[in-house]
Design a protein around this ligand. Sequence first.
Ligand code: GAL
Length: 847
Amino acid sequence: MWVKSKLLVVLVEALLLQLIYGQGFDYNVSYDSRSIIINGERKLIISGSIHYPRSVPAMWPGLVQLAKEGGVNAIESYVFWNGHELSPDNFYFEGRFDLVNFVKIVHQAGMYMILRIGPFVAAEWNYGGVPVWLHYVPGTVFRTDNEPWKYYMEKFTTYIVNLLKEEKLFASQGGPIILAQIENEYGNYEKAYGDGGKRYAQWCAKMALSKNIGVPWIMCQQWDTPDPVINTCNAFYCHDFTPVSAKSPKIWTENWPGWFKSFGSPTPHRPAEDIAYAVARFFQKGGSVHNYYVYHGGTNFGRTAGDYVTTSYDYDAPIDEYGLARFPKWGHLKELHGAIKLCEKALLNGERTSLSLGPLLEADVYTETSGSCAAFLSNSDNKTDRIVQFRNMTYNLPAWSVSILPDCKNVEFNSAKVGSQSSVIDMVSEELQQSASSDNRDLKNLQWEVFVEKPGIWGEPDFNITGFVDHINTTKDTTDYLWVTTSLYLDSNEILENNSSQVLSVKSKGHALHVFVNQELQGSPSGTDFTAEIPISLKAGINEITLLSMTVGLTSAGTLYEWVGAGLTSVELKGLKNGTLDLANFTWFYKIGLQGEHLNLYKGDGLKSSNWISTMEPPKQQPLTWYKVLVDAPSNNEPIGLDMIHMWKGLAWLNGEQIGRYWPINSSKYDSCVDHCDYRGEFSQKKCSTGCGEPTQRWYHIPRSWFKPSGNVLVIFEERGGDPTQIRFSKRKVSSICSFVSEDHPSLSALSWTSPVNEPNDVSLTARLSCPGSTLISSIKFASFGDPSGACGSYTRGDCHDPNSVSVVEKICLNKSECDIKLTNDNFNQAFCPNTVRRLAVEAVCG
Ligand code: GAL
């Protein structure tokens, strides 16, 4: 009896799983010129990239869920070869690299997956994702027609395909993967590789097809893709893209909703209005598969970042680095996705008619035989708002916007009208704390342990040579650090009276350098390729010149990028009595890595090394210092950033996990930044940057799942000198959520325009608030119905204000996770300011 009912439960569960996730059902995935076809039905795909190793497994379900709530129905990720094949045939799929687990989480969320296997990926990922060891396999040239490259690339691709097949993760087996990509943007470089490039591209397609995965293969930015492989578009706008084969659907694999950041550069932003415009234009012009690169950017933990790329890979994406929805971007795109979904049937099965409504004004109308109709009206003028007539109705089209009419009549969405809530996010600082013992929460002063390295060769040198070697060929990227030292004897009469005239002139292919003379730090130049003149002080007798050369991530893309070198190419001593001394003729001693790295000071037994010295007063501004401290987890459960603003540059770990490189280096105040971003007109990476002259990256994400309640080991290696007592944990907190609606349109966006006509379907008259996670609205900080102005966090009342505003909003919203406040007569006194366009601004606190 028990067995029978148990069996029944199992059967029902299996059936439910099949119904919910399609698990066990084999999908037939094919395509035609219009779209991807799944089990005979055309599908619209709105996908978002979440790179699994750029977050941690504990975050994956939440990120995928937040993407789903944002109206995304597929997740895209690259596969990161050098994170998986650590040395030939030595594979790793644990923790952040548990690809199978990630794909299963996507499946369980009932979403599709697009897997870009590459295995060259670019992605601002160290060495473009290719293992460094492959560069040293004789005869290998990356990404062109040669045996070792093709052998290892095919071997890894096959390994991944087989792994996923074994787990039945391709749609053809009932799994979520509906598309797979081979190579990445090879078409942009193919010509530079000559005939070998052409042969290689064709080989890639053939090799991929031979893996029989049962779902279509794609190649992005590839202009000679052979059928049935589909070529796809990557750009800020792809509405004008046409695939090479008339049989292929129009697919956009990379729509960049922001951009990545480099050390020493300001922070890029892309306005939500422009992203929505680009996406709407794509679907307007016949696109059917679209992917945000990236929907969640995440973190380049450890040493996974590409050359000079910051540890943060936030990307200004709809979900921020820490896993929180970015408002209003996330919300605006969610509304866009909802509107596009309403058009799905007509879009995919209807006939398209395009008509001009005037200069730069277009209507694209999709009509289906059954009568369903969807229309997109666009104004591509980057300055002028327009009023257009369409099917005997009048529509207001703001400059650089698209209106979506899922029934060819009512406007469901306009890309320039942001109705979504906004938010204020703070990094709330908390001092490092240490409880006396794990079960006794009495706090005690921080007990530090410290190890100071001596500049220069520790132990025996690895080798010596006259002159300089390439940094990467020497370290093989096992570490950022390479010690390079020499010594020279100077007679007292060789040094000029004025000691300040001596300069060390160094040239380096990159990326950073600390210069020590006689154990004293003299300067720290940096750049991807630089020349520096560093004033130094010498003494009569033997002088030790000690250089710590560093890489900050390896190049991740470009023709023959794997040959881009790093490190010193010339060192000269200028200002001696006899002129300049070329130190290239000297014998230089080399040592790979720091002593602390060799001692494994950041993990395992190294944490107990006898080199650590206890102190209550850790040294400040001390170069080459390792710090260790036991700390409690910050209170509550907000995401955590490690505040390193008082440190210079180095590496950080928590409980042996690699947080990554830190380097708050300021960007130049002369870079181009804006106070206010005009979303109208073509976007480019640098159009809307902020933070010129400010630290590139102050906070470094430490996933909550790396913490235990107390006794967490924080290890910092500081290269040049900082104040470790100023290191803080900062909690990323949504301090307020806001809504600003107006009688004339959903929001007075940064640019205001007057709307002389009423939209047929005005969705504007509701202010909607929704708290993150499981929090509830605990107070109303500001509410004004009248003519308030300002931005979330700094609203101010205008001349007219309904005195009941706060109590009305409190009544509707307090203690709710979300609420809708309608601008109706019942709620607000319409007698106020009869001759103005009235607005409601609300700022609420969630707790
Ligand atoms: C693309 C590339 C991506 C990424 C992106 C910029 O060209 O395919 O991997 O590098 O640029 O973030």
